[in-house]
Ligand binder design. Structure first.
Ligand SMILES: [Zn+2]
Length: 424
């Protein structure tokens, strides 16, 4: 393969790449406000001679889909951008490819925690700072510039390459789901999330739930006349913790850093009681339950519901006043691509060829659009991109330019191999 031509092209593109990431970071793109940055992406893809589709998100068309999550933002009009670099049709390579990234970012949070304004795009000591720099505008830029590097090296893929810039990933994946419902397909997909250039072909799912526990109010001075919803919740919390341990006892997967927490169950909020001197009449707890790879959301939901029901059956009050479990907001499936899939072998080979070291393979416990590709488009997919996910969603989020260049190089070699590049 034309490795050297590609390496030179990647290095020559560095100043332009830095400017482009800065432009993206300086164009704020909170959920429902992705339009301006999407126009920047579309303009860039057009200058590269790609065919660009502007694909509006339409909740009405998605609502009945099993993987749809209503993020509560505008149900129409938010644009996804799909650029297509048409393949030459030469009899080379393995197939077509989707490079996918999201432009929506989470809110900057407490501004006093930021050293510079969150949309600064400041370049300092080889890092670009700002909300979205790491998650995941740099990754998206890396995908675009990998294609630019191939063009600069005088190469054209034999099979189509689709560059998808989507909205709404952080709040449920409406953008990528739109592209799937609209029929965009390829033989493989790379989701350019910040994985620190590790290959992540497996992700746990996550389900948000609410637990409603009833008690009986009484004056605290006569508390034996009442039933505390808080004390009853403590029983249920113990049951949830037992369930988490039991579910992980039979689970082994070497891709997880912490296999005991591959699908954690966490209570995030608890609200109870009306007044300090009244026995608490009601408690509402909200939490997040992980879904194992290979497990369906329905199976996970049933496991929690059974655990709560069994705990309730063992208590005189709860037996006749059963706690209610509701599932709301994010209901994210798990997703996985088999670790011996040719996609992963080819990406590992490109990583090794570009960087001279083998790539690590990991599973992640957070939700991502990978699941939509593997489960609903039946496209093998992997998360792979520059950036440290522990910096994502945090103050002073940043990305190392050197790591982005590494990603550009690996991705360019991968596209050349997978899609079968030939000289133009
Ligand atoms: Zn992300």
């Amino acid at each position: 393969m034309a490795n050297e031509g590609i390496a030179d092209a990647v290095n020559a593109l560095e100043p332009e790449l830095v400017k482009f990431i800065q432009l993206l970071v300086r164009t704020p793109s909170l959920p429902n406000e992705e339009h301006a940055v999407q126009q920047q992406i579309a303009a860039r893809l057009r200058t590269m001679g790609m065919t660009v589709d502007e694909v509006p998100t339409d909740f009405a068309a998605l609502r009945t889909h099993a993987a749809f999550n209503d993020d509560g933002f505008a149900p129409t009009g938010r644009l996804n951008i799909v650029g297509r670099w048409c393949g030459s049709g030469a009899a080379r390579g393995r197939g077509s490819l989707i490079l996918n990234g999201h432009v929506d970012v989470v809110a900057p949070g407490n501004l006093t925690q930021w050293n510079d304004p969150p949309w600064s795009g400041l370049l300092r000591d080889g890092r670009i700072y700002g909300r979205g720099s790491c998650d995941m505008k740099a990754g998206l830029a890396a995908g675009i510039f990998a294609l630019a590097a191939l063009q600069r090296a005088g190469l054209q893929p034999a099979h189509d390459v689709l560059l998808q810039s989507v909205i709404g990933e952080e709040s449920g994946g409406a953008g990528t789901l739109t592209t799937i419902v609209q029929g965009y397909r390829a033989d493989a997909a790379i989701v350019l999330e910040p994985t620190g250039l590790q290959l992540c072909p497996v992700q746990s799912g996550a389900l948000t739930f609410r637990l409603r526990v009833g008690g009986r109010a009484a004056h605290a001075a006569l508390r034996s006349h009442g039933v505390s919803a808080i004390e009853k919740f403590v029983l249920l919390l113990a049951a949830v913790q037992r369930l988490e341990a039991e579910r992980h006892a039979g689970f082994a997967n070497p891709l997880y850093d912490e296999p005991r927490y591959a699908a954690p169950i966490s209570i995030g909020t608890v609200r109870a009681g009306a007044w300090h001197s009244t026995v608490a009449e009601e408690l509402l707890a909200e939490g997040r339950m992980g879904v194992f790879p290979g497990e369906t959301p329905a199976q996970a939901r049933a496991a929690l519901q059974i655990a709560i029901a069994q705990a309730a059956a063992a208590d005189d009050w709860l037996r006749t006043h059963p706690p209610q479990v509701e599932w709301f907001e994010g209901q994210f499936e798990s997703g996985a691509t088999p670790i011996d899939h040719p996609l992963l072998k080819a990406l590992q080979a490109a990583h090794q060829a570009a960087l001279g070291v083998p790539a690590a393979m990991r599973a992640v416990t957070y939700g991502s659009d990978l699941r939509l590709f593997t489960n609903h488009a039946h496209i093998p997919a992997v998360l792979y991109g520059p950036g440290d996910v522990t910096l994502a969603h945090a103050a002073n989020e940043s990305i190392a330019v050197g790591e982005v260049l590494h990603a550009v190089h690996v991705l360019a070699l991968f596209v050349a191999d997978w899609c079968g590049a030939t000289r133009t």
